[in-house]
Design a binder for this molecule. Structure first.
Ligand code: ATR
Length: 279
């Protein structure tokens, strides 16, 4: 029987993960199947257990189950990786004979896209992270590991960003948090939108003059130009969406499960092309 993998979410119909993992498997000659599973909102754990009982070897977890997956990996007999603990969420499960392991590949996916695909130098950069929810929290530690000069976390509810900044205060990086008003007078080489504002077609209330010459603007959303991408592009930033992050986090999960690192560039190009034709 082929090894089985899946992504659990609700909704899950539009997930690109099955196509991405099928492309990785074909490219690396790995014999596996990867499916999308719609878990009931109150039945995530049961769905995972049933999948495991039917030969599932590992899984990705997406909205709204990443925190429940964290709790599952925290229970006795299972294990959480340090980066999942930092993120407070699990997006990758690995089923072993003696319990499951909960990991999180979102942050490394972002960093690999920034550094490996886009050529952004994080070392010494002044970085703005917008948002203080799960998406933002998942990327803080991997960003700090790359030694930026400073990381400022801005959020509509400033106190949430301050709390997040306090939680990650470590090492030599200057890290601070606050509201969007606190951004006036600061300048950034990289601005990352980890808010859900784009979903509502909204733009976080960014002041003018915060981007350095040659700054990058990264939106974790993908599929269309967001208001933040348009705003930053109109002010001369180099702009990108989060499709590369999506494929890179998948590649890291694939590596955890199979021990093989796929080449992401052709897969990013293929997903980009399928988005362009509305597939
Ligand atoms: P996720 O898991 O996607 O991060 P979340 O935990 O609900 O989702 O967090 C959503 C984030 O987007 C929060 O930082 C939220 O700001 P608040 O903490 O102030 O609610 C932010 N957000 C949502 N809509 C926004 C908008 N229109 N402008 C700015 N920030 C917004």
């Amino acid at each position: 029987m082929q090894d089985r993998y899946a992504v659990f979410g609700n909704p899950i119909g539009h997930s690109r993960s099955p196509a991405i993992h099928a492309a990785f498997a074909a490219q690396t000659g790995q014999d596996l199947v990867y499916e999308a599973i719609l878990a009931p909102r109150d039945g995530f754990i049961e769905s995972v257990r049933a999948f495991q009982a039917h030969g599932g070897k590992g899984a990705n977890v997406t909205v709204p189950f990443k925190e429940q997956a964290y709790q599952l990996a925290e229970t006795a007999g299972n294990r959480l990786t340090p980066r999942a603990r930092d993120a407070g969420a699990v997006n990758t499960l690995c089923f072993g004979v003696d319990g499951l392991i909960g990991d999180n590949t979102d942050g490394v996916g972002l960093v690999n896209d920034l550094v490996g695909n886009l050529g952004v130098s994080l070392a010494g950069a002044r970085v703005l992270l917008m948002g203080a929810g799960g998406a933002a929290r998942g990327v803080v530690a991997p960003l700090l590991e790359r030694d930026p000069a400073a990381l400022f976390i801005a959020n509509r509810t400033g106190a949430r960003a301050e709390g997040l900044a306090r939680q990650f205060q470590r090492g030599g990086v200057e890290i601070a948090g606050g509201g969007y008003d606190d951004l006036s007078g600061r300048v950034f080489d990289l601005m990352i939108n980890a808010t859900s504002a784009s979903l509502a077609g909204e733009l976080p209330p960014l002041p003018e003059g915060i981007q350095a010459d040659g700054a990058w603007a990264y939106d974790m959303m993908y599929g269309r130009e967001t208001p933040f991408m348009a705003w930053a592009g109109a002010r001369g930033a180099r702009v990108t969406d989060g499709l590369g992050m999506l494929v890179e986090q998948a590649a890291e999960s694939f590596f955890i499960w199979r021990g093989v690192r796929p080449d992401t560039a052709p897969v990013i190009a293929a997903v980009r092309a399928s988005l362009a034709v509305g597939a």
